[in-house]
Design a protein around this ligand. Sequence first.
Ligand SMILES: [Zn+2]
Ligand SMILES: [Zn+2]
Length: 325
Amino acid sequence: MKTLEARKLLGVGPDASPEAIKKAFRHLAMLWHPDRNPAPDAGEVFARLSTACDYLLERVPARGGAGKTASRGEDRHQDIEIEIERLCLGGQAEAVLESRRECAACGGAGHVESGHSQLCAICQGSGRVRHGRALFRCEACGGRGYTRRAPCPHCEGTGESVERRVLTVNVPPGVLPGDELRLEGEGYPAAGKGRPGDLRLRIRLRPHPLYTLDGGDLLLERPVSVFTLLGGGMVAVPSPAGPRYLEIQPGTGEAREQSIPGAGVPARGKRAAGRLRVRFVPVLPTAQTPALVKLYRALQAEIDRAGQDCLPELAAWEKHWLPKP
Ligand SMILES: [Zn+2]
Ligand SMILES: [Zn+2]
């Protein structure tokens, strides 16, 4: 629910005190309580009024903690997006904190006095606001439809300004998405003299064009020549800590996975280090040279000599569709 929507529902202006908000709510609640009002949407309207009232009361700045002895401010929860490289190697990340404060231009009222009358923004000049199917007097303009007040141009009538603060956060190696980084004292201030709460940053993974994560395992696809898959060989594989090398054993030309233990996200606490899991994907040559053509022919001749075990699928097909006369 937005502030303006809540004000419209209750028919109160931006500078309404908690008492005025409660009074407006009590008045409308009497009319719309489903026990009193037979209209089919009475229950729904009543619920929305109640939500609007709670919402606006929460927005009213606390005026001193009368009788309260809050020892510590609330913890603040927020997500932080981190690259895979930071999870593996550690490093720094930035968290942007947005704090809502009273707008300095209007003192939190949401409006400024203007020299001439203008349409009331709450009732659009009608002097009345609608709840369900009934109309009530607009409290913001006293039913006149016009007011000398204009919405504050700095906060667009919300009475709040948003302050952004950038915090540099140390990311230890080995943290995973869903883990929390805790920054002591960076949460909400305490109501009294107590210390502020903590800032708890929940880690989200920034998508990476090469790597994906599976627990602490790092996954990537690495194209290789089909001849390397068939004949074997050493291949370099990227990793956040720099290239690693894997030996491919001679095998089929189909895609296959190999892994390097411990080369994924490093161990942390009770969590073991992850693997770097590499899926080798075969790539076929796209250009020819006379020397290559010669070699391919020699290769095929050798495959034919070696017998049908080399290409069983092809042998089965030929046996089925080209029976010997
Ligand atoms: Zn303002
Ligand atoms: Zn009005």
